[in-house]
Structures are given as structure tokens and as C-alpha cells.
Design a protein around this ligand. Sequence first.
Ligand code: PLP
Length: 285
Amino acid sequence: RIAYLNGQYVPHGDAMVHIEDRGYQFSDGVYEVTLALGGRLLDEDRHLARLGRSLAALDIAPPLGEPALKVAMRKLVALNRLPDALLYQQVTRGVAPRGHAFPKRPVRPALVMTVRRFDPAAVAARQTQGAAVVTVPDLRWRRCDIKSVSLLGNVLAKQAASAAGAQEAWMVDTVGVTEGASTTAWIVTQGGEVVSRQLSQSLLPGVTRAVIADALAPLGVRFVERPFTVAEAQAAAEAFFTSTTSFVMPVTSIDGQTVADGRPGPVTRAIQAAHWAHVRAATGR
Ligand code: PLP
């Protein structure tokens, strides 16, 4: 496996960053996860736009211009000879003697990219099964719209799910469900409306969320952006979560309570199909 490290393509095991990189000491950095299917990058411009917003929010200069970054992404995918790959990109502020405030002298941001195998067929198989969700308090900070590598709240939430034998944890604030540990949370009401929380600083603007939002009108489904509670989700007609790597995943139970009959519902399956059509159109997969 080959990794990208600040302009170099190096064996994955040899790709090292400095112990005083601020990403390591302060989680002072941001990331993106993008799929390359059949060698083509899915929703690349949306991911790069979000990367740009995350960097701007933390006042980190983009390490590469967008055209150069796109070239590097393609080269890394090609070098690894993986037909279907998950591309991880991370930008940290750079290396400086430890001190909370930004370094006085400008430092060079560090760009690291790795790829690993991704199996769309495995996702398709899981999509027919659905997933169990547990709920946890949302312990995170108030800028969850930034895709920061500071993920301890998400890590603890996902670990709670794992310990409970569930696949995802939905995090809950004073208003309701914010989002999953690494996914966007959705329900389908008994009236057939699709609901996901409105974007704010409390959740990440999911790329898959935006793709699905665009797909709903042609399906004749009304999209309502508002908060929902755990009790409403448990009593909903359907529930699902979305992300770059899990696509559209039906939720079959929430905190042990079965959602409807515990099987993927018709609206969720229609949205899955629309999402697959989007994937096929964009990548040929
Ligand atoms: N919410 C969180 C906290 C995430 O980490 C992710 C990313 O995987 C998502 C939502 C879904 O975002 P996307 O659809 O862009 O993958």
C-alpha cells in the first residue's frame, strides 16, 4: 500500500509524521473520507468543498490548490491499484513547539492521504439486513459542523454501540437526535415524510445527506428538516442512517425497541435505490 505524505508517495508503513504535529497534540486538523469506485471519485466536489469549509473554519491554509489536490487523489488511488477504495485525507496545522495558540511563525500544514479497499457489495448485503442503533448523550463541542479530527465524543459513542452489539450510536442533545457517531440520522414519519435534523453547528453537513435531499423530490417524498426525539424515532414508520461508507442503511431497532416490523421499509428501500442510481451514474459501479 502506498500513502501520500506532503507531496511524496511512500510505502504505507514508512509514512511518518512528526511528534510535534499539532494534529497529534491538539487534534488541530480536519479530514475527509471519499470513495473511489471503479477508479472514479464519488461526489468529489462536495467533499472538497466541505474540506475547504473545515479548513477555513480553523484558519488552516489549504496545503494544495484544488486542481493539484485532485491530481494527487487520483494518483494515489491509481498507485494502489484498488478498483474500489476508501480515500482518507487529513490536513493538520503542522509542526510547531507545543502551545495552544496558533504558531506565531507560519507553519506548513501537513496533508496525509491513505486508501484502503472498499467493498460496495458488502454494503449492499448489509443494506438488506439493516442495523441496530443505541442512543447516547451528545457529549461533543459546539462546532460539530467542522469535520475535525477531534472525534473523542464520536469514538465513545461508537464504542457504546459496539459494546451493546449495535452498529451505530445516535447522539442526543437537549432538542433530540443530532446525528450518528459517523452517520446522518433520518426517520420516515407515519405520514410518509422524511425527516432529518436541520443543519447547524450541532451536526456535520453530510455529503450523502445532500445527495439524498436532492433525490427526494423526484421520488415524490417530502423532506422536512427538523429535530426529532428518540421516542419519535422509535415510533416512526421507518428509520435509517446515511454516510459515504454506509450509503443508506435501514435502522431496525433503537435502544432494543424494534422500528415498525424490524425490516427495511419501502421508503428507505426507494431511497437506497435512488442512491445506488446516483452511485452508478457517477462512477459506473
Ligand atoms: N456525521 C458524522 C459525525 C460523520 O462523521 C459523518 C461522516 O462519515 C457523517 C455524519 C456522514 O457524512 P457523509 O455523508 O459526508 O459521509
